[in-house]
Unconditional design. Structure first.
Length: 348
């Protein structure tokens, strides 16, 4: 009968110990180690399926757990050099818990002091850069030739092109195009926007002024570094309140756009308030300025970008102060049909 591996090892080391008595202790140690390793391997070999299942479960738990999210998250969100080849990675949209709602409410309560909203480049609106039409014209008197008499373009025979620069779709699923550049025009001070929209912007402000409505620009173009700073600061704020990274990331993305997914980086988005209502909230919709913009902005190529009732499509809460330039033809269709930009682009 053939000896087992264990018997062979013991027999071999006994022979060595008998021939060389001074090696007795080393041979016992070696035999113990070899047989220990052998027993260990044999044990796991006989229970392979059970431990393979356990390993799979542990990997699944590790990858899906919030505490390990930074290790598996798309590192592009964390770096200054943004890779536009890939989709902007967001935490999964989930129902906000009561505790998270409390944090959101706390942020809104702090808005007038230190809270910085996605569309509010400010430490309190009182300290924000915001300019009226007269102040803008003081900066550059060449803007004065733009007139509110510019008529809206016809749309009946107009052929829309998805590659039109005015129709670039930027949101959580469609980041800023790779290599996108914009020629900026200074509105006033540090405020800038795409040079191609300044004429229609000034014309719209002039038309509103003639109707007795004084519009104010408070947040136009924003570069990547600024957007990254806003987003990372909001994550740190929530983590400081006891959230895990993934929880903070998910909640922050509902308030501040992930870098590369903000329309302000296009230079085509403008936040607008009025001289008698300086808050960026839903109440702006009920002001004369809010109503005027909702009714007339399309005539100058602008649309209410995040309308009420379209949150499930845009992924952004109702923002009656946020207007996006898409050109007069597209703006007329979008406003007339009561759709959002995502729906318009999908229909092309």
């Amino acid at each position: 009968m053939e000896k087992s591996f264990r018997e062979k090892v013991l027999s071999k080391f006994r022979e060595i110990a008998k021939k060389h008595k001074f090696l007795k202790v080393p041979t016992v140690v070696c035999a113990t180690v070899i047989l220990g390793v052998y027993d260990f391997v044999q044990y796991f070999a006989s229970n392979g399926k059970r431990y393979a299942s356990l390993v799979v479960l542990m990997l699944f738990f590790t990858i899906s757990s919030s505490f390990c999210f930074p290790a598996f998250a798309n590192s592009d969100v964390q770096t200054v050099e943004y890779n536009y080849d890939s989709q902007v990675e967001l935490a999964m949209d989930e129902a906000v818990s009561i505790s998270e709602m409390d944090m959101l409410d706390d942020d809104m309560d702090e808005m007038s002091e230190e809270y910085e909203y996605e569309d509010a480049e400010r430490q309190g609106m009182a300290d924000a850069d915001k300019y009226t039409l007269d102040e803008i014209l003081e900066e550059n008197d060449s803007f004065a030739h733009f007139s509110e008499s510019q008529a809206s373009a016809g749309t009946e025979e107009y052929v829309f092109d998805k590659d039109d620069w005015r129709l670039i779709l930027v949101n959580k699923q469609h980041p800023l195009p790779e290599g996108y550049t914009v020629e900026l025009e200074t509105i006033k001070g540090n405020m800038q926007c795409d040079a191609r929209i300044i004429g229609d912007l000034i014309a719209m402000f002039q038309a509103a002024s003639e109707d007795g409505v004084n519009l104010i620009v408070c947040s136009p173009y924003r570069d990547m570094s600024r957007q990254e700073w806003l987003f990372e600061r909001k994550i740190k704020t929530y983590m400081g309140k006891g959230m895990s990274y993934m929880e903070a990331y998910s909640l922050a993305s509902q308030i501040v756009m992930v870098p590369g997914a903000s329309e302000h980086q296009l230079g085509l988005a403008i936040d607008i308030i009025s001289d008698n209502y300086a808050s960026l909230d839903e109440g702006f919709a009920n002001t004369e300025a809010g109503k005027w913009l909702a009714e007339h902005s399309y005539e100058y190529g602008f649309i209410l970008r995040y309308p009420q009732g379209k949150e499930y499509i845009t992924g952004v809460e109702y923002e009656p102060w946020h207007f996006r330039y898409v050109g007069k033809e597209a703006a007329a269709v979008i406003t007339k049909d009561g759709i959002c930009l995502e729906e318009f682009i999908e229909g092309l």
